[in-house]
Design a protein around this ligand. Structure first.
Ligand code: ACO
Length: 327
């Protein structure tokens, strides 16, 4: 098996910004409730007329530029997203169209809740390790603002829009994907769901009237599941890499809630200053959460060559997983 690494990262956040105070104009909430229960202070949202795939294109372009490769020959593009640009075709072809990549690369979407980017990165690594593809773009892109119920304070305060991307290529040095753990607990499909709009319950006047096209969530159920799931995946991926939690230089957990991130770090014994947190500024950007945080770590110069990074996420399904990288 060939070793593979991330050669470049990129991210994109829409310009429009909504603070917690702005949200008090829409639903009965407060800055204090949102900050203390979640850690979120503001979130970025697409404007009307802006396309979610455009965010993916911008993040992917930034990842390609960061890789510093002239005319990179990307032959696989994976878009991790939960609600795609349109029902058919998926988001990946929209991103490929915007990027105008040469050579007609393979593309497809994956839907693995907020763990989509971790799943996509693992999948891309596997494909490159076997030699099936030579270079892959993995793009996490999500526009929750388009499927949130802006009358439901239990969900609309939690999410933000954004995209993040990574270019994955073969590695001839020490840097690379060292361990992967992917799992899914399908015993409670109702924890996070959009009930209508699929072929099980197609859109109708009744589904619109009953607000069944919006995201619904059992927050407490997800809250309870999140920490043990991400801890298990991280420990398994570390073990595969021949490492332990003590070896983690940077922990990048899915940014769903600061009250999930902190206990996870505590259970793994990772000190606070080694945990990447940007939920205060971007909220939960779903599949974009991990690559946006990783890109921030790279661009601020904090992530040094040779360091060990643990990426871990959970989301609808419940799908969860972790990837361990040496940078
Ligand atoms: N503003 C003010 N009050 C609110 C708000 C709000 N925005 N939302 C809920 N409340 C109220 C509730 O109605 C409830 O009032 P009640 O006791 O009178 O009924 C009270 O606050 C407490 O609500 P809880 O649900 O008990 O609050 P909790 O501390 O559990 O926090 C939260 C809720 C933030 C949703 C938490 O459960 C959570 O983060 N869960 C995980 C969510 C998650 O990770 N989702 C995404 C995962 S997958 C993905 O990322 C796509």
């Amino acid at each position: 098996m060939l070793k593979v690494k991330i050669a470049g990262t990129g991210a994109f956040l829409p310009e429009r910004c909504l603070t917690n105070d702005d949200l008090t104009q829409l639903v009965e909430t407060s800055d204090e409730w949102i900050r203390t229960r979640t850690g979120i202070r503001k979130r970025h949202l697409l404007s009307e007329g802006q396309s979610p795939a455009e965010m993916g294109v911008a993040a992917a372009r930034a990842a390609l530029a960061a890789a510093g490769i002239d005319h990179p020959q990307v032959d696989l593009l994976i878009a991790a997203t939960n609600v795609s640009e349109q029902p058919i075709p998926g988001t990946a072809p929209h991103i490929a169209s915007g990027l105008e990549l040469p050579g007609e690369p393979a593309f497809f979407d994956i839907k693995a809740g907020c763990a989509g980017f971790v799943y996509g990165l693992a999948l891309a690594s596997g494909c490159l390790a076997t030699g099936m593809f030579q270079s892959a773009l993995v793009v996490g892109v999500e526009a929750p603002s388009r499927f949130l119920d802006w009358q439901d304070r239990r969900t609309c305060v939690l999410f933000g829009d954004g995209a993040g991307a990574a270019l994955v290529v073969p590695s001839d040095g020490e840097a690379g994907v060292l361990g992967v753990s992917l799992h899914g607990d399908a015993t409670n499909l109702r924890l996070l769901r959009i009930e209508a709009g699929g072929v099980g319950l197609p859109a109708s006047e009744a589904t619109v009237r009953e607000r069944l096209h919006f995201l619904k969530m059992d927050g407490k159920g997800l809250f309870r599941a999140a920490v043990p799931m991400m801890e298990r995946a991280t420990r398994e991926a570390l073990a595969q890499a021949g490492l332990t939690p003590k070896d983690i230089d940077w922990l990048i957990p899915h940014q769903a809630n600061l009250r999930i991130i902190r206990p996870l770090a505590a259970r793994l014994g990772v000190p606070e200053e080694r945990v990447v947190v940007n939920i205060d500024r971007v909220a939960n950007t779903s599949t974009a959460s991990i690559p946006i945080a990783l890109d921030e770590l790279v661009r601020t110069g904090k992530l040094k060559e040779g360091q060990i990074v643990a990426l871990t996420a959970f989301g609808a399904g419940v799908a969860y997983g972790a990837v361990i990288l040496r940078w």
